[in-house]
Design a protein. Structure first.
Length: 393
């Protein structure tokens, strides 16, 4: 573990120690640090500011798997009374602790501590600050090689997106209609051909079916795509590599030669809101701490000013990292589902994906943004400037 990084975070938070509670390596830091240890009992991690080693309060059964690890001292307990006594001893004289909690429990990726453990710390007279920024720095950042994999995934995703929309147009011209499920299957087959993997198949939704942001066609529920339809395609995949990062994009098409004004105007609102977010980040990220909720609020206020506020029903974006899904452990662009007060930091990425979901149609525009080492936002997921008129391509 990088104790220099941990000490920096403790100083920034004005905390005297970091404490986390774990069981069977469910904590993300335990998964990383003790991957080879078959732990089966409660484990408590304590690192006091500026100390050379962290203390692991471990049960006798687990202690032998943790012994002789550089940077750690193992304090062995036999029963729960001894465990609590060791914890009290380690925290003696400390007032403020950094722990895994978020205010009101709004960030599940941060709120990892159970209520009982925090209640015990309060009994000891301790005060808390959130470990959210630290957890992000240790779980959501990734290397240059992972960025290269992400860029390749985005290149292929944009290519396959073009192919999917062309297939819809070709189907209309040759058969008179296409189908949501058929296009979804086409995309997943292309992913396999390009060596890409995904957790769930892409969203292909027509008209008002796209007003459900997570609608996905299946064997029992899929609709024809016909001339005059607005079509949403949301697709996410990554290269088949342990260090790969997802590409996650959403594009809109209209089955016709000219996009109706009602759709074009709504889409322009989404596009402009993303333009505003990128400009805001470009101006502010290099100068100061920018938190996720700030970007969401900027986007949401603009969409509301255009009359679409009631139809924007989810956060503006989510973190993207090395994870099993495109929803990573870092800062979300959110002042709606939660108030994400974590910072946007270098070597992480996130989506910008505002949407408008009315009773008659749904639409979304989504790209991915990477924060580079200079704290500048880099669009890596491509940008859609206007709805694609599929029969005019």
């Amino acid at each position: 573990m990088d104790f220099t990084l941990l000490n920096e975070e403790l100083k920034a938070k004005k905390a005297e120690a970091y404490v986390y509670f774990d069981y069977e390596k469910r904590h993300p830091l335990s998964k990383k640090e003790f991957a080879d240890a078959p732990l089966s009992r409660k484990l408590i991690f304590v690192h006091r500011l500026n100390e050379e080693k962290a203390h692991l309060i471990a049960h006798l059964i687990d202690a032998r798997f943790l012994a002789n690890r550089p940077g750690y001292c193992v304090d062995i307990y036999h029963d729960y009374k001894e465990m609590l006594s060791l914890l009290e001893k380690e925290l003696k004289g400390l007032k403020t602790l950094m722990v895994d909690y978020s205010p009101d429990g709004l960030l599940p990726r941060v709120s990892l501590s159970d209520y009982g453990s925090l209640e015990y710390l309060r009994k000891l007279g301790k005060e808390f600050v959130s470990s959210g920024d630290y957890l992000q720095r240790t779980t959501a950042t990734y290397s240059k090689s992972s960025l290269e994999l992400q860029l390749e995934a985005n290149r292929l995703n944009l290519l396959i997106k073009d192919e999917a929309f062309r297939k819809i147009a070709e189907d209309i011209k040759t058969k008179g209609e296409s189908d949501e499920l058929e296009i979804q299957t086409f995309i997943t087959r292309r992913y396999q051909e390009e060596g890409m993997v995904y957790d769930d198949p892409p969203i292909v939704a027509v008209g008002k079916r796209a007003s459900n942001p997570h609608f996905s066609p299946n064997l029992e529920d899929h609709s024809a795509i016909k001339e005059g339809n607005l079509v949403l395609i949301d697709m996410w995949a990554k290269m088949d590599d342990p260090l790969a990062v997802y590409s996650d994009i959403t594009w809109m098409g209209y089955v016709g030669r000219k996009v109706p004004k009602i759709y074009a105007e709504a889409f322009q609102t989404l596009k402009t809101s993303i333009d505003m977010a990128i400009s805001f980040l470009d101006e502010n990220l290099p100068k100061r701490r920018v938190e996720g909720h700030e970007v969401d609020r900027l986007v949401r206020d603009y969409i509301t000013s255009k009359g679409y506020g009631p139809y924007f029903t989810h956060r503006t974006g989510h973190n993207i990292g090395i994870d099993v899904s495109p929803h990573g452990p870092g800062t979300n662009i959110d002042d709606f589902e939660s108030r994400d007060e974590r910072a946007l930091i270098p070597h992480t990425s996130f989506s910008l994906e505002p949407g408008i979901y009315t009773e008659t149609f749904g639409m979304r525009s989504e790209t991915d943004v990477y924060v580079d080492e200079n704290r500048k936002p880099v669009v890596v997921g491509g940008r859609q400037e206007e709805i694609l008129p599929l029969l005019g391509l």
